[in-house]
Ligand binder design. Structure first.
Ligand code: IMP
Ligand code: MG
Length: 182
Protein backbone atom coordinates (compact mmCIF):
# COMPACT_ATOMS: atom_id res chain seq x y z
CA UNK A 1 0.00 0.00 0.00
CA UNK A 2 1.37 3.48 -0.80
CA UNK A 3 2.70 5.43 2.19
CA UNK A 4 2.62 9.23 1.96
CA UNK A 5 3.41 11.59 4.84
CA UNK A 6 3.58 8.57 7.13
CA UNK A 7 0.01 7.53 6.30
CA UNK A 8 -1.22 4.41 4.54
CA UNK A 9 -3.27 5.34 1.49
CA UNK A 10 -5.48 2.62 0.11
CA UNK A 11 -6.10 3.15 -3.61
CA UNK A 12 -9.77 3.24 -4.57
CA UNK A 13 -9.44 4.21 -8.24
CA UNK A 14 -6.08 3.70 -9.95
CA UNK A 15 -4.42 6.09 -12.39
CA UNK A 16 -5.14 3.58 -15.19
CA UNK A 17 -8.84 3.30 -14.32
CA UNK A 18 -9.15 7.09 -14.16
CA UNK A 19 -7.42 7.57 -17.53
CA UNK A 20 -9.74 5.06 -19.16
CA UNK A 21 -12.85 6.76 -17.74
CA UNK A 22 -11.58 10.19 -18.78
CA UNK A 23 -11.32 9.11 -22.41
CA UNK A 24 -14.75 7.49 -22.34
CA UNK A 25 -16.27 10.61 -20.72
CA UNK A 26 -14.60 12.88 -23.28
CA UNK A 27 -16.29 10.94 -26.09
CA UNK A 28 -19.68 11.28 -24.36
CA UNK A 29 -19.11 15.01 -23.85
CA UNK A 30 -18.15 15.47 -27.50
CA UNK A 31 -21.49 14.01 -28.58
CA UNK A 32 -23.45 16.41 -26.30
CA UNK A 33 -24.09 20.19 -26.56
CA UNK A 34 -20.79 21.85 -27.49
CA UNK A 35 -21.74 25.08 -29.31
CA UNK A 36 -19.04 27.69 -28.62
CA UNK A 37 -18.07 25.48 -25.68
CA UNK A 38 -16.74 27.03 -22.50
CA UNK A 39 -15.28 24.64 -19.93
CA UNK A 40 -15.25 25.93 -16.36
CA UNK A 41 -13.21 24.04 -13.76
CA UNK A 42 -14.38 24.49 -10.18
CA UNK A 43 -11.27 25.06 -8.07
CA UNK A 44 -9.44 23.81 -6.27
CA UNK A 45 -10.15 20.09 -6.12
CA UNK A 46 -10.82 19.61 -9.84
CA UNK A 47 -7.52 20.94 -11.18
CA UNK A 48 -5.92 17.60 -12.07
CA UNK A 49 -9.12 16.00 -13.32
CA UNK A 50 -9.84 19.08 -15.44
CA UNK A 51 -6.32 19.05 -16.90
CA UNK A 52 -6.63 15.40 -17.93
CA UNK A 53 -10.23 15.64 -19.14
CA UNK A 54 -9.40 18.70 -21.26
CA UNK A 55 -6.57 16.86 -22.99
CA UNK A 56 -8.92 13.93 -23.62
CA UNK A 57 -11.44 16.42 -25.07
CA UNK A 58 -8.76 17.70 -27.44
CA UNK A 59 -8.30 14.15 -28.73
CA UNK A 60 -12.01 14.04 -29.64
CA UNK A 61 -11.52 17.17 -31.78
CA UNK A 62 -13.15 19.66 -29.38
CA UNK A 63 -11.47 23.05 -28.92
CA UNK A 64 -13.15 24.66 -25.90
CA UNK A 65 -12.25 27.86 -24.11
CA UNK A 66 -11.25 27.21 -20.48
CA UNK A 67 -12.01 29.21 -17.35
CA UNK A 68 -11.82 28.71 -13.60
CA UNK A 69 -14.14 29.57 -10.76
CA UNK A 70 -13.33 29.24 -7.06
CA UNK A 71 -16.33 28.48 -4.88
CA UNK A 72 -16.51 28.03 -1.15
CA UNK A 73 -19.22 26.53 1.05
CA UNK A 74 -20.05 28.12 4.36
CA UNK A 75 -22.15 27.04 7.31
CA UNK A 76 -22.26 23.51 8.68
CA UNK A 77 -24.59 21.06 10.34
CA UNK A 78 -28.07 22.34 11.01
CA UNK A 79 -27.44 26.02 10.24
CA UNK A 80 -28.35 27.12 6.74
CA UNK A 81 -25.60 26.40 4.29
CA UNK A 82 -24.61 28.42 1.28
CA UNK A 83 -22.04 28.77 -1.43
CA UNK A 84 -20.08 31.90 -2.22
CA UNK A 85 -17.92 32.95 -5.15
CA UNK A 86 -14.31 33.41 -4.05
CA UNK A 87 -12.97 34.08 -7.56
CA UNK A 88 -15.30 34.47 -10.53
CA UNK A 89 -14.81 33.74 -14.24
CA UNK A 90 -14.06 36.63 -16.59
CA UNK A 91 -15.92 35.32 -19.65
CA UNK A 92 -19.43 36.12 -20.83
CA UNK A 93 -21.46 32.91 -20.92
CA UNK A 94 -24.49 34.30 -22.79
CA UNK A 95 -25.81 31.84 -25.40
CA UNK A 96 -22.90 29.48 -24.87
CA UNK A 97 -22.79 25.82 -23.98
CA UNK A 98 -20.93 25.41 -20.72
CA UNK A 99 -19.33 22.32 -19.19
CA UNK A 100 -18.69 22.58 -15.46
CA UNK A 101 -15.99 20.26 -14.14
CA UNK A 102 -15.70 19.32 -10.48
CA UNK A 103 -14.00 16.60 -8.46
CA UNK A 104 -16.90 15.32 -6.36
CA UNK A 105 -20.65 15.74 -6.43
CA UNK A 106 -21.71 15.26 -2.85
CA UNK A 107 -24.61 17.26 -1.32
CA UNK A 108 -25.01 18.96 -4.69
CA UNK A 109 -25.00 22.46 -3.19
CA UNK A 110 -21.83 23.66 -4.91
CA UNK A 111 -22.77 22.56 -8.40
CA UNK A 112 -26.41 23.53 -8.07
CA UNK A 113 -25.29 27.03 -7.16
CA UNK A 114 -22.85 27.16 -10.08
CA UNK A 115 -25.34 25.79 -12.59
CA UNK A 116 -28.08 28.25 -11.57
CA UNK A 117 -25.61 31.14 -11.64
CA UNK A 118 -24.62 30.34 -15.23
CA UNK A 119 -28.22 29.97 -16.40
CA UNK A 120 -29.05 33.31 -14.73
CA UNK A 121 -26.22 34.82 -16.77
CA UNK A 122 -27.76 33.50 -19.96
CA UNK A 123 -25.87 30.29 -20.74
CA UNK A 124 -27.57 28.26 -23.47
CA UNK A 125 -26.89 24.89 -21.83
CA UNK A 126 -24.94 23.91 -18.71
CA UNK A 127 -23.76 20.35 -18.21
CA UNK A 128 -21.83 18.84 -15.31
CA UNK A 129 -18.86 16.49 -15.40
CA UNK A 130 -17.62 15.06 -12.11
CA UNK A 131 -14.95 12.50 -11.41
CA UNK A 132 -16.80 11.06 -8.41
CA UNK A 133 -20.45 10.86 -7.47
CA UNK A 134 -21.21 10.31 -3.76
CA UNK A 135 -24.89 9.95 -4.47
CA UNK A 136 -25.77 8.72 -0.95
CA UNK A 137 -24.83 12.19 0.38
CA UNK A 138 -27.08 14.16 -1.96
CA UNK A 139 -29.20 16.95 -0.40
CA UNK A 140 -30.24 18.75 -3.58
CA UNK A 141 -32.07 17.44 -6.61
CA UNK A 142 -29.15 17.42 -8.97
CA UNK A 143 -27.44 14.83 -11.12
CA UNK A 144 -24.25 15.11 -13.15
CA UNK A 145 -24.41 14.56 -16.90
CA UNK A 146 -21.04 12.81 -16.95
CA UNK A 147 -19.70 10.75 -14.03
CA UNK A 148 -16.34 9.03 -13.73
CA UNK A 149 -17.15 6.70 -10.87
CA UNK A 150 -19.80 6.16 -8.23
CA UNK A 151 -17.91 6.81 -4.98
CA UNK A 152 -18.46 4.97 -1.70
CA UNK A 153 -19.07 7.19 1.32
CA UNK A 154 -15.41 7.57 2.36
CA UNK A 155 -13.39 10.75 2.59
CA UNK A 156 -11.12 10.42 -0.43
CA UNK A 157 -7.84 12.11 -1.35
CA UNK A 158 -5.54 12.35 -4.32
CA UNK A 159 -5.86 13.32 -7.98
CA UNK A 160 -6.41 16.94 -6.87
CA UNK A 161 -8.37 16.21 -3.70
CA UNK A 162 -6.92 17.07 -0.30
CA UNK A 163 -7.06 16.85 3.45
CA UNK A 164 -5.79 20.20 4.72
CA UNK A 165 -4.02 20.87 1.38
CA UNK A 166 -2.12 17.58 1.42
CA UNK A 167 -2.26 14.54 -0.89
CA UNK A 168 -3.38 16.47 -3.98
CA UNK A 169 -0.36 15.21 -5.94
CA UNK A 170 -1.30 11.53 -5.80
CA UNK A 171 -1.92 10.13 -9.31
CA UNK A 172 -4.75 7.94 -7.97
CA UNK A 173 -7.80 8.40 -5.70
CA UNK A 174 -7.46 6.76 -2.31
CA UNK A 175 -8.52 6.65 1.31
CA UNK A 176 -6.24 7.44 4.25
CA UNK A 177 -6.49 4.30 6.38
CA UNK A 178 -4.09 5.15 9.22
CA UNK A 179 -0.48 5.55 10.29
CA UNK A 180 2.13 3.48 8.51
CA UNK A 181 4.22 1.16 10.69
CA UNK A 182 7.55 2.88 11.43
P1 IMP B 1 -21.11 19.50 -2.36
O1 IMP B 1 -21.60 18.65 -3.52
O2 IMP B 1 -21.58 20.91 -2.41
O3 IMP B 1 -21.39 18.82 -1.04
O4 IMP B 1 -19.55 19.69 -2.43
C1 IMP B 1 -18.67 18.72 -2.80
C2 IMP B 1 -17.30 19.33 -2.61
O5 IMP B 1 -16.81 19.00 -1.32
C3 IMP B 1 -16.31 18.74 -3.60
O6 IMP B 1 -16.16 19.56 -4.72
C4 IMP B 1 -15.04 18.67 -2.80
O7 IMP B 1 -14.31 19.87 -2.92
C5 IMP B 1 -15.48 18.53 -1.35
N1 IMP B 1 -15.45 17.11 -0.95
C6 IMP B 1 -16.51 16.32 -0.72
N2 IMP B 1 -16.15 15.08 -0.37
C7 IMP B 1 -14.81 15.06 -0.39
C8 IMP B 1 -13.82 14.03 -0.16
O8 IMP B 1 -14.13 12.85 0.13
N3 IMP B 1 -12.52 14.41 -0.28
C9 IMP B 1 -12.15 15.66 -0.61
N4 IMP B 1 -13.04 16.66 -0.87
C10 IMP B 1 -14.35 16.36 -0.75
MG1 MG C 1 -14.62 21.19 -4.80
Amino acid sequence: MPVVRGKNIEPLFTAEQIAERNHAMAKEIASGPTKDLLVIAVLKGSFIFAADLLRALHETGLAPEVEFITLSSYGAGTVSQGVRIVKDIDSDVKDRDVLLIDDILESGRTLRFAKELLYERGARHVSLAVLLDKSVKRQEELEADYVGFECPDYFVVGYGMDVAYAFRELPFVGVVTGDAAS
